[in-house]
Design a protein. Structure first.
Length: 220
């Protein structure tokens, strides 16, 4: 082998070695390795606080209409005038601004038991004529009790109301005060076989009836 051929063989051997070295990764690549992408942290979801509902004030109770006669009231009768009923034999007080309307005939069960505006009662339009108070008397049957008379007066349908009646006095005589729901307040007393009655023809008027009863004098 001549010198030229030897040199060529050596060069070829070197080239082969270099190629193999690169292929086997014995030399680092000129390109930097691509770094793995760091995981992207997702932005935290904002905590959504639901809006606080507006506080709704409780509706105020509708103002109550003042009663013509609160049951707990005490009515001063010191300035009242006196009415004398020659027909029924009693005197009774009435407010000074009231004009009494005298009865024009005697009260009877047949004609007047269901007539609250009967002309047979002494009438006292009070509170600016917004409340009618009436007073009258009627004979009671012999040996009749007050309860029996009241039951007959209301047509036998008020036994419960009679049982719930409140005590009241007419000129020192015991009587009963009955409140008829949504209708009236009426009071009765049995004196010497005659029933005396006072009625206020509006509900919740107990004080008015008591005030009139406190001024009644029987046999005057």
């Amino acid at each position: 082998m001549n010198g030229y051929t030897r040199v060529a063989a050596i060069v070829a051997t070197v080239v082969i070695v270099l190629v193999l070295a690169v292929g086997l990764g014995l030399f680092p690549s000129s390109q930097a390795p691509t770094a793995a992408a760091a995981p992207t942290a997702s932005a935290p979801t904002a905590l959504v606080v639901p809006p606080t509902p507006a506080t709704t004030a409780a509706p105020s109770a509708a103002p109550k209409t003042a009663s013509l006669d609160p049951s707990t009231a005490t009515i001063d009768t010191s300035s009242w005038k006196t009415y004398r009923s020659g027909r029924y034999g009693f005197t009774i007080g009435y407010p000074a601004d009231t004009t009494p309307k005298p009865a024009t005939r005697d009260w009877t069960f047949v004609d007047d038991r269901t007539q609250w505006q009967t002309p047979a009662a002494e009438a006292f339009p009070t509170h600016g004529h917004t409340l009618l108070v009436t007073a009258w008397a009627a004979p009671a049957a012999p040996r009749s009790s007050l309860d029996t008379w009241i039951e007959a007066y209301c047509g036998g349908s008020c036994s419960t109301l009679v049982a719930q009646a409140q005590p009241i006095e007419f000129d020192g005589h015991p009587g009963k005060l009955i409140s008829v729901p949504g209708d009236s307040v009426q009071a009765f007393a049995l004196v010497d076989r005659k029933v005396y009655a006072i009625a206020a023809w509006e509900p919740s008027t107990e004080s008015t009836v008591r005030a009139f009863a406190s001024t009644m004098h029987i046999g005057s």
